[in-house]
Design a binder for this molecule. Structure first.
Ligand code: CTP
Length: 446
């Protein structure tokens, strides 16, 4: 019996897939089809797949060509499968010509002619409308944002707004965008807004954009008070719009996996979460300007508190801070959030350097995410018995903003108002803790 194996994503199954599967089946007697898992696709940068793995498996089965369907979940699996299933022929479309020659060591490799004029990418583009994104603000994060949208289906940055005409024009020139200094002119020509302006303007811009009927992705710190956050989410809800806090780490695959592993009990009950983030800055910079709400808290608390509330929830008992200030700006702040059954702390610096890692301690073991944990690409689950330790590796593509952009557009397309990767109530809780600090509640200066 000649066994043939082939692999693919098979998203929005089309005639090209059917032709390929038919030809692959004709090469032998038994066809095994490897369908990529959702996480494997995300890990290799395929962020736009429409059908989930179960739908894609069902679609492949329905063609009637597959004798067996397996899931492809890791790099290098093809070599394992070929040996495990005693495969004679590995078949794949000619778009991969030469790429799988290394498998010749294990079986015969056949490149089958690809059907011209059709692909999942084409189909996804055809039935997806493109959202014109307008960026408010033209600073560092805005520069990083534009290239990230290019890998997300349906996202196209078309305009930038900065009240400073020259700054808007300069940004527009670099990224080939329409540049505006007037909000009303800008908002008319776009579908969604990315607020990446200075901290103190987030609330006003997000509110005006929602009132103008636009979906909003808002940079961190989302707002500087609980009431502002609540009001914005209420406005979004009333106007049936998506409002999302751009807490990039919350949407990245590795961080999501840490949360699900811990929630499944891998380290027992979580008793302590310690999250640190420090980035030294030199004056003059807005991070050191009290008038612009500079400081370690406003700069770095959103991501660290996000990790804590994702793991321990929002029903804390008390919150306190120790802080070191210079010229009215906290250059170092340590916060402690206590819960009935756990404690947590975050350590933030812009003028004090510290190790930027994340440690989550539980009754059976702990998770260690080395610095920079907020760009999560690698973490370890560790136990007393070190032989049980496990390391997890992920790719963190580009600037990592593509994951939040993808989630944001998917919420719009699928008419979802809430995202399980960062709930609205968690986002409000983050604003509340930042507000407590800014109001001086339980703050001790050192
Ligand atoms: N294939 C083909 N003809 C096409 C499209 C795909 O023969 N027009 C083959 C690929 O070469 C591969 C298999 O179908 O062997 C599964 O490919 P997959 O990547 O799932 O399909 P694409 O349509 O190429 O998907 P995408 O556009 O997302 O890359």
């Amino acid at each position: 019996m000649t066994k043939v194996i082939t692999y693919g994503t098979y998203d929005l199954l089309h005639q090209g897939h059917i032709n390929l599967l038919r030809s692959a089946k004709e090469l032998g007697d038994y066809l095994i089809v490897g369908v990529t898992s959702d996480s494997f696709d995300r890990g290799r940068g395929k962020l736009n797949v429409r059908n989930n793995v179960l739908e894609r498996v069902e679609a492949v089965k329905a063609t009637g060509f597959a004798d067996e369907v397996i899931i492809e979940d890791y790099l290098g699996q093809k070599i394992d499968d070929i040996q495990k299933y005693d495969v004679d022929i590995f078949a794949i479309g000619s778009d991969w010509l030469g790429k799988f020659d290394y498998l010749n060591e294990y079986c015969k490799v056949v490149y089958l002619p690809r059907t011209e004029g059709i692909s999942s990418t084409m189909l996804r583009a055809e039935n997806q409308s493109t959202y014109r994104i307008g960026i408010i603000g033209s600073g560092r994060i805005a520069h990083r944002f534009v290239p990230e949208t290019k890998v997300v289906n349906g996202a196209e940055v078309t305009a930038v707004l900065n009240p400073d005409k020259d700054k808007a024009a300069a940004f527009g020139k670099v990224h080939r965008l329409d540049a505006f200094s007037d909000f009303d002119d800008f908002i008319k020509l776009i579908d969604v807004v990315y607020v990446a302006s200075p901290h103190l303007t987030h609330y006003d811009y997000a509110k005006s954009s929602l009132l103008a009927g636009k979906h909003v992705l808002c940079e961190i710190p989302f707002t500087l008070s609980k009431d502002e956050a609540l009001e914005l989410y209420r406005l979004a809800e009333e106007n049936n719009l998506v409002l999302m806090e751009a807490s990039k780490t919350a949407y990245c695959p590795a961080f999501g996996h840490i949360i699900t592993l811990i929630k499944s009990g891998i380290i027992g009950d979580v008793v302590d979460v310690k999250a640190s983030l420090s980035k030294m800055v030199e004056p003059p910079t807005r991070e050191l300007d009290a008038m612009q709400a500079g400081g370690a808290i406003t700069e770095h608390a959103p991501l660290t508190i996000m990790a804590i509330v994702r793991l321990l929830g929002i029903d804390w008992i008390d919150v306190g801070f120790h802080t070191k200030k210079e010229k009215g700006v906290d250059i170092y702040t340590k916060g402690i959030i206590n819960y009935p059954h756990a404690t947590s702390s975050f350590t933030l610096g812009i003028g004090v350097k510290t190790e930027g890692n994340l440690v989550i301690s539980g009754t059976k073991g702990y998770v260690y995410v080395p610095a920079p944990w907020w760009l999560t690409s690698y973490f370890e689950v560790r136990y007393e018995d070190q032989r049980k330790n496990k390391k997890y590796f992920y790719s963190y593509d580009g600037e990592g903003l593509r994951y939040e952009i993808q989630e944001f557009l998917s919420m719009i397309v699928n008419n979802r108002r809430s995202c399980y990767k960062l709930r609205r109530r968690e986002s409000v809780a983050i604003a509340e803790i930042i507000e407590k600090y800014r109001n001086g509640e339980n703050v001790t200066e050192i």
